[in-house]
Each structure stands twice: as structure tokens, then as C-alpha cells.
Design a protein around this ligand. Structure first.
Ligand SMILES: [Fe+2]
Length: 331
């Protein structure tokens, strides 16, 4: 071992061995390397997000025009949707994780149009998570983007009403799934799954959905995926109070309220994938302490393994403790 000492400062006691310096240099290089990697990751994300943001805006604008055209009695311009909207949706679904797009997709104004684009993107991401082949994925993207097209024939007063709908208004709103089915059924160039998803995306596993009250296997798999994307986006947008909900809160809401209503297998994969992106992030726990998410359990994704100081806490076995929120969500 080389014990040669090198004077590094004027103070007599600040002498370092060559070994010390090697170690310091190695740790310095590592930090630099990580900083570089972090920076390059950030640049890629920022560039992609900027371009994707513009494409989502553009797609939303086109969707608004299509809604007003169809609302006035026009036929759904399917080629325009395939050429002008679907490529943007597919590009947005390429991002590393939905988390990056979460705040981007939250609807502020003109909920209906942005909602259809968002559901298109989220459903496409879910389809990828499920390992869906390219052809089905393409069908799913189109079906999800058109799931609410029937709303183009629902009155604007009902669509944009900020408060709760009356029973009569709600019954009229519910017609959008049948209207969408009718509008899409007559288009010859699309698969029959597209109108089916418009018809079924409000059906629920327990038979309490509409319009037909179908259960479980009676509902097409694409409709089940679109239902999850639809509920997730509606929850994250929280229209009535116009408040942007934090990511983890929406995941928690889905976990607490959607089992029994949405397909449990797809929902579990959805929640797992959503949570998986939070690994390594700092969270506030219900006892006020801060912890870091270390691992997500595939069968109980919200009750993850958390490190608090030097202790590892498995939330599956500690029911009194919960994650409250992610600290500095976007960092
Ligand atoms: Fe709908």
C-alpha cells in the first residue's frame, strides 16, 4: 500500500495519502458521471415533453372541431382522426411513464376534448403494459380516442355544467354511449370493436354500469381498459372544484373505490405500473415521518416497502401506517 503523503493545504495536519486521493477522485468521477447521466435524462424528458405538449394541444384543438362538426350532424371524419390525432396519441404513449404526462393531461378548460385525447393516451399505455400485439393496440387507441364521441350530440349546458347533474340531465348524459355506438356503427372502414367500446365504456364488472348493465365477461377487454383510463383521468381532473389532484391521491382513490367495478386483473397491473414509477421517491407517511419507497409489491402495490431512516417498513404488515403523499412529486 502506498503510504506516501501529499500536502494538500497549508495546514500541517491536512495531509492525504495517495490512496485517499484515489478514493476521492473515484468518488468525484462517479458523482460527475451520475450528474451527467441525470442531466442527459432530464434533457431527453424535457425535449420530448415540449414536443408532446404541443401535439396534445393540437390534437385537442382538432378534436374540438370534430365534436362541433359531428354535433352539427356531420359524419365522423375517421381518416382525419387516424392521420391527425392517432399518431400524436401513439407518440405521447411512448414516454417512459405516464407520470411525466400526469399534470399535462389534467383538464382545466374544455374538459371533453382534452379528456378524449387523454383517455386515448392512457388506454394505449395500458395496452402496452398488457403486452398487447400491435394490431390490437392500434384498435384500442382509436376506440379509446372515440369513446365519448356521442357527447358531441349532448347539449353543451349539460356537458359543461360545473355542479352536479339533476336526474333528468344525468339520464340525458348517459345517452352518449348509445349515440356514440350508433354514430360509429355505420362507418365501414373500422373494426366493430370501435363502436362497441363507445357503447360499453360505462359498463361495470358488478352489472351496475350502463346502458345495458352487462357483467364481467360480457364486456369487451378494450372497453374494460378504456373504462380504467376514463375513471383515472376523470378522477385526476376533478372538474367540479377545478383542483389538480396529486398523483398519489388519484392512485389511492382508484385503489379504494374501483375494485369490484373495474376489471380486477387489469386494475392491479395498472396500479402496480403506476406505483412502480414512484420507487426511489420520498414519501410522507401517516405518522409524519419521511420515507423512501424501496419496492412495490405486485399484488398489493399501494402497500410498498418503505425505508425510514435505517429501518425498512413493509406496509403490507403495518396497517396503521400509510403513504399520505409523494414529496416533491416532479423531482
Ligand atoms: Fe363516457
Amino acid at each position: 500500500m502506498n503510504k506516501k503523503k501529499i500536502k494538500t493545504s497549508t495546514a500541517e495536519d491536512s495531509l492525504l495519502t495517495v490512496e485517499d486521493i484515489d478514493q476521492l477522485l473515484e468518488s468525484f468521477r462517479k458523482t460527475e458521471r451520475n450528474r451527467y447521466l441525470d442531466q442527459s435524462k432530464k434533457v431527453i424528458t424535457q425535449v420530448n415533453l415540449k414536443e408532446i405538449r404541443q401535439k396534445i394541444e393540437q390534437a385537442t384543438k382538432i378534436m374540438k372541431e370534430i365534436f362541433s362538426f359531428v354535433g352539427a350532424g356531420g359524419t365522423i371524419p375517421i381518416s382525419e382522426i387516424k392521420e391527425e390525432i392517432i399518431p400524436s396519441i401513439k407518440q405521447a404513449a411512448e414516454i417512459p411513464h405516464i407520470y411525466y404526462l400526469f399534470y399535462e393531461l389534467q383538464s382545466k378548460d374544455e374538459y371533453t376534448y382534452r379528456h378524449t385525447i387523454s383517455v386515448g393516451i392512457i388506454a394505449t399505455i395500458i395496452g402496452k403494459w398488457l403486452g398487447m400485439p400491435e394490431e390490437s393496440l392500434h384498435e384500442l387507441s382509436l376506440a379509446a380516442t372515440l369513446h365519448d364521441i356521442g357527447k358531441s350530440r349532448i347539449s353543451k349546458e349539460i356537458l359543461n355544467k360545473p355542479g352536479k347533474l339533476t336526474t333528468e340531465e344525468y339520464n340525458e348524459m348517459k345517452q352518449h354511449s348509445i349515440i356514440g355506438y350508433d354514430l360509429l356503427r355505420d362507418i365501414p372502414s373500422i373494426s366493430e370493436t370501435i363502436p362497441l367500446v363507445a357503447l360499453q365504456h360505462h359498463e361495470r364488472e358488478d352489472g351496475k354500469g350502463y346502458p345495458l348493465g352487462l357483467v364481467g365477461d360480457q364486456i369487451h377487454r378494450h372497453s374494460k381498459i378504456v373504462a380504467i383510463a376514463d375513471v383515472f383521468h376523470a378522477m385526476s381532473s376533478s372538474r367540479v372544484y377545478h383542483q389538480a389532484k396529486p398523483f398519489y391521491e388519484v392512485i389511492q382513490d382508484m385503489h379504494n373505490s374501483a375494485f369490484g367495478k373495474l376489471d380486477p386483473n387489469i386494475l392491479l397491473i395498472f396500479l402496480y405500473k403506476m406505483m412502480d414509477n414512484l420507487a426511489g421517491k420520498t414519501v410522507l407517511l401517516s405518522d409524519g415521518s419521511l420515507g423512501k419507497i424501496m419496492m412495490i409489491h405486485s399484488f398489493d402495490p399501494l402497500r410498498s416497502l418503505v425505508k425510514v431512516n435505517d429501518d425498512l417498513i413493509d406496509l403490507r404488515y403495518n396497517n396503521r401506517l400509510q403513504i399520505v403523499r409523494v414529496v416533491d412529486e416532479l423531482n
